[in-house]
Design a protein around this ligand. Structure first.
Ligand SMILES: C[S@@+](CC[C@H](N)C(=O)[O-])C[C@H]1O[C@@H](n2cnc3c(N)ncnc32)[C@H](O)[C@@H]1O
Length: 270
């Protein structure tokens, strides 16, 4: 089944994704603890910043699979600008029917996906492909959102109804906004043995230099979803706009904090 990618691939969204990578990739690499020499395939690699970072850490060339030609073009541009085209082989394709050669199945040491399973209607099928891609004993690492854990404090008026409306834009198109909590179970169902569950903290308080980036990321995803939220009848336009304004005011408070975490699950192929 085909699926819609909620956030789109406009340049402003690509900037947001790049910023997200800058905020998260060091922590992701720490969690991955690559030993070196791993053959890696990254499902739904987007702009391939983390794909390249993993390849750099492993000292190998990684395969990045991505459906969108806009994302692939920008991924190639960024890799070239960094002098790192040798680190990633970008392949266009769907994670449900990944462009992996017959002889490559069962040979990778690590299959990885971040912020992808939340955007597909059949995440279990994707995880099965990821498990098949690695050799027996090979690692499968899943990182994803569970939108329910977001907390803003002090909570801006109208924020929670807006956030609930945003979460409904996922299930309206057959995707799961709470997929994070299911990641280990998805590994188990796909014949991998879940070995580790963790969280990567994603947030800050107002006194931290990166706080405006976290607040900006939140505003950017909400503003990007205004159309499906409002035209989808999930929230009245005036309530949407008032809640956005309340978040902007909240973001200027000296006592504001954004609490969030990326869910992490890791297993090995049985
Ligand atoms: C939020 S981005 C994450 C990109 C990257 N994994 C990262 O963490 O920076 C999700 C990406 O998955 C891609 N995507 C969504 N559905 C896909 C599918 N069915 N097959 C391949 N790529 C897909 C989107 O085009 C988008 O680039």
């Amino acid at each position: 089944m085909d699926s819609t990618y909620l956030h789109g691939t406009a340049p402003v969204e690509q900037d947001r994704l790049s910023q997200l990578n800058r905020l998260l990739n060091d922590a992701a690499l720490r969690e991955l603890s690559l030993r070196g020499g791993e053959r890696i395939v990254d499902f739904g690699c987007g702009l391939a910043q983390l794909t390249r970072a993993m390849a750099r850490a492993a000292g190998t060339r990684a395969v990045g699979i991505e459906r969108s030609s806009e994302q692939l073009a920008e991924a190639a541009r960024q890799a070239a600008a960094a002098g790192e085209t040798a680190l990633v082989e970008l392949r266009q394709g769907d994670v449900l029917t990944p462009p992996i050669e017959v002889q490559e199945w069962g040979t990778f040491n690590l299959a990885h996906a971040r912020f992808v399973l939340e955007h597909v209607p059949d995440p279990a099928a994707v995880v099965r492909r990821m498990v098949r891609a690695v050799r027996p004993g090979g690692r499968v690492v899943l990182q994803d959102d569970d939108h329910d854990v977001l907390r803003l404090y002090p909570e801006p008026p109208g924020f929670w109804p807006l956030w609930q409306a945003y979460m409904r834009t996922y299930d309206r198109i057959g995707c799961d906004p709470y997929i994070g909590r299911r990641l280990s179970a998805l590994l188990h169902a796909a014949d991998a043995t879940p070995l580790r569950a963790s969280w990567i903290f994603f947030g800050a308080c107002a006194g931290e230099p990166d706080f405006p980036l976290f607040a900006g990321n939140l505003l950017s995803i909400l503003l990007g979803a205004r159309d499906p939220i409002v035209t989808g009848g999930l929230l009245e336009p005036q309530l949407f706009d008032a809640a956005i304004e309340a978040i902007r005011v909240w973001a200027t408070r000296a006592d504001a904090t954004l609490w969030y975490a990326i869910f992490w699950a890791e297993g090995v192929r049985r």
